[in-house]
Write a protein that binds this ligand. Structure first.
Ligand SMILES: *[C@@H]1O[C@H](CO)[C@@H](O)[C@H](O)[C@H]1NC(C)=O
Ligand SMILES: *[C@@H]1O[C@H](CO)[C@@H](O)[C@H](O)[C@H]1NC(C)=O
Ligand SMILES: *[C@@H]1O[C@H](CO)[C@@H](O)[C@H](O)[C@H]1NC(C)=O
Ligand SMILES: *[C@@H]1O[C@H](CO)[C@@H](O)[C@H](O)[C@H]1NC(C)=O
Ligand SMILES: *[C@@H]1O[C@H](CO)[C@@H](O)[C@H](O)[C@H]1NC(C)=O
Ligand SMILES: *[C@@H]1O[C@H](CO)[C@@H](O)[C@H](O)[C@H]1NC(C)=O
Ligand SMILES: *[C@@H]1O[C@H](CO)[C@@H](O)[C@H](O)[C@H]1NC(C)=O
Ligand SMILES: *[C@@H]1O[C@H](CO)[C@@H](O)[C@H](O)[C@H]1NC(C)=O
Ligand SMILES: *[C@@H]1O[C@H](CO)[C@@H](O)[C@H](O)[C@H]1NC(C)=O
Ligand SMILES: *[C@@H]1O[C@H](CO)[C@@H](O)[C@H](O)[C@H]1NC(C)=O
Ligand SMILES: *[C@@H]1O[C@H](CO)[C@@H](O)[C@H](O)[C@H]1NC(C)=O
Ligand SMILES: *[C@@H]1O[C@H](CO)[C@@H](O)[C@H](O)[C@H]1NC(C)=O
Length: 434
């Protein structure tokens, strides 16, 4: 509490100090293991400490003035957002043990799209206020198990498409509701990252030829003009470098990406309208951290500048608030800010957040609805007086989780109903159910 009060006081002081030039209009930001770092015109201007660890797939959402990212803490991937206006962090969905690889935001529908490489799926959830999302997000497209795995993802808010790469060979697209899926480009390369630029209607992506028949491994940065066949290679091994990056973003004027050498990670920049094989510029070196994500403040009004056929995005421009620019003097985020999803938060002796869950929820962040997937065979779940899940079975089923057929009552439950083998999503540490 004391920390919080001091923080408020410091924020007020920071606000009062605005006139002394502590405010920056950031143009790019990166994420490293526990921080967001902001740059203005190539100069580092400030940073924010996150409670999350290993934030990847950084994306700026101008509609909510929020930095979206995937929290890779302990391989328990969640999609989270740091609100630059309220300075609060919030996690929206969580997938235990899964790899959430790519993230993209559509300002028109206010939906976040993401890929899950474990499930081989494209998924979404909504940031619209009051939208009732499940903790897991919603499936958009399940990729067949005989196909390659989806990796990065990009949204075309003008055309209303989602584009995604595969770990080998394909770029596919579909409507934002999952319909009209089709392959738009294929080569035999391994694809790393993809971004969509509404202003030029180009896709930009990195891929590599790992075991090429005609020479050494090569990495490429490519441009693809939508609705044309083929691609344009912007960079290859041309400058003695094997360009490859999972970390790529596009702004009003430039592409920015990360490239690692043995001793440091660097931010590189290239004009997005550059001709093939123009040498890019190294703008920053980071020695003590790995760059995990990068995003540009590419304002929607710039995205649609000179674009005629993009009413969906253009119509947003007048409704967007001009958010105050980023302040270099940051308050420390309280570890409890938005940490617990359905529960109260307190700080333990080690200074770490701890949740006490509302009835019906469990999990480290009280994000697991104890009824989720609890009752089988269409049974209806509710909570008893001890707040434990109980099932009302449908049709011919019975048993604590409606796992048995009524006709089976004279025999033992079949082998596949061994309850200890079943997924009990709510049975997590902190749950009082034993
Ligand atoms: C950014 O840097 C360039 C060259 O260093 C300079 O010409 C330009 O004025 C700077 N822009 C701003 C907004 O500071
Ligand atoms: C993921 O979270 C669950 C529940 O909080 C925890 O039991 C598990 O250990 C975590 N996984 C890892 C790899 O830390
Ligand atoms: C997801 O994939 C990772 C890496 O391949 C693997 O370690 C993990 O066990 C998988 N998780 C699930 C739930 O299958
Ligand atoms: C959200 O959805 C869940 C199940 O889909 C439902 O049980 C719950 O009542 C809904 N919450 C609200 C606030 O509508
Ligand atoms: C995958 O299997 C489905 C049938 O299950 C088939 O229609 C499809 O063509 C297959 N795709 C590939 C890439 O082999
Ligand atoms: C792509 O993913 C599939 C399924 O996870 C895996 O079997 C395959 O080896 C991967 N291919 C490459 C080139 O990484
Ligand atoms: C999906 O979206 C497309 C284009 O927006 C629309 O034409 C189509 O009817 C939609 N399909 C469904 C099932 O909603
Ligand atoms: C691409 O083609 C679609 C339909 O084929 C059309 O609606 C769209 O306007 C085209 N986009 C551009 C940039 O030409
Ligand atoms: C880019 O990254 C590759 C792979 O890590 C490295 O071999 C190469 O030296 C880097 N290039 C530059 C110019 O830093
Ligand atoms: C924020 O907290 C971290 C860790 O507690 C501390 O190292 C850092 O100095 C604090 N920053 C400010 C501006 O108070
Ligand atoms: C959370 O805090 C509120 C307000 O202090 C209290 O009414 C409620 O009982 C608490 N819930 C839990 C689960 O501790
Ligand atoms: C249920 O599965 C657990 C874990 O695999 C095993 O230890 C137990 O013996 C099984 N119980 C029955 C009744 O088969």
């Amino acid at each position: 509490m004391l920390k919080f009060t001091m923080c408020v006081a410091r924020c007020v002081l920071a606000m009062m100090a605005l006139h002394v030039g502590a405010v920056y209009s950031w143009d790019i930001a990166i994420s490293v293991k526990d921080q967001l770092i902001f740059y203005t015109n190539g100069t580092r201007t400030g940073s924010i400490n996150l409670i999350s660890r290993n934030p990847t797939s950084l994306v700026y959402d101008e509609v909510h003035n929020m930095m979206l990212y995937v929290d890779k803490q302990n391989n328990n991937d969640s999609v989270c957002g740091y609100d630059l206006s309220s300075k609060h962090n919030k996690c929206f969905i969580k997938r235990y043990g899964h790899n959430i690889h790519g993230l993209a935001f559509d300002p028109v529908t206010e939906r976040i799209f993401f890929t899950d490489t474990n499930e081989s799926s494209i998924n979404w959830f909504s940031l619209k206020p009051g939208y009732n999302n499940s903790d897991y997000g919603n499936l958009l497209i399940k990729i067949d198990s005989n196909e390659t795995t989806p990796t990065d993802i990009a949204v075309d808010s003008c055309g209303g498409y989602v584009y995604w790469t595969h770990n080998i060979s394909n770029i596919d697209r579909a409507r934002l509701n999952g319909s009209e899926r089709r392959l738009i480009f294929a080569n035999s390369f391994k694809q790393f990252s993809i971004v969509m630029d509404p202003q030029t209607q180009n896709l930009y992506y990195f891929d590599i030829c790992g075991s090429c028949s005609d020479g050494p491994a090569r990495g490429y940065l490519n441009k693809k003009i939508i609705n044309t066949t083929g691609e344009i290679v912007l960079l290859s091994n041309f400058f003695g470098s094997e360009w490859r990056s999972r970390v790529l973003t596009v702004s009003k004027d430039y592409l920015y990406w990360k490239n690692s050498t043995g001793s440091y990670d660097a931010i590189w920049r290239l004009s997005k309208n550059a001709a093939p094989y123009v040498e890019p510029t190294e703008i920053n070196k980071i020695y003590d951290d790995k760059i995990l994500g990068i995003t540009a403040k590419y304002k929607i009004k710039d995205q649609v500048q000179g674009v005629e056929d993009c009413d969906s995005l253009s119509s947003l421009v007048p409704t967007l608030d001009e958010f105050p620019d980023y302040t270099s003097e940051q308050c420390n985020v309280s570890a409890c800010d938005y940490y617990c999803v359905y529960g109260n938060c307190s700080i333990n002796d080690e200074g770490l957040p701890k949740c006490s869950c509302n009835a019906g929820y469990s999990g480290q962040r009280c994000e697991v609805n104890v009824c989720h997937n609890y009752c089988l065979n269409d049974g209806v779940c509710s909570l008893n007086e001890e707040d434990e899940p109980v099932c009302q079975c449908a049709g011919n089923h019975e048993g604590p989780r409606c796992e048995a057929d009524i006709s089976d009552t004279t025999t033992n439950a079949p082998a596949n109903t061994n309850l200890t083998n079943m997924l009990l999503p709510w049975r997590k540490s902190g749950s009082k159910i034993v």
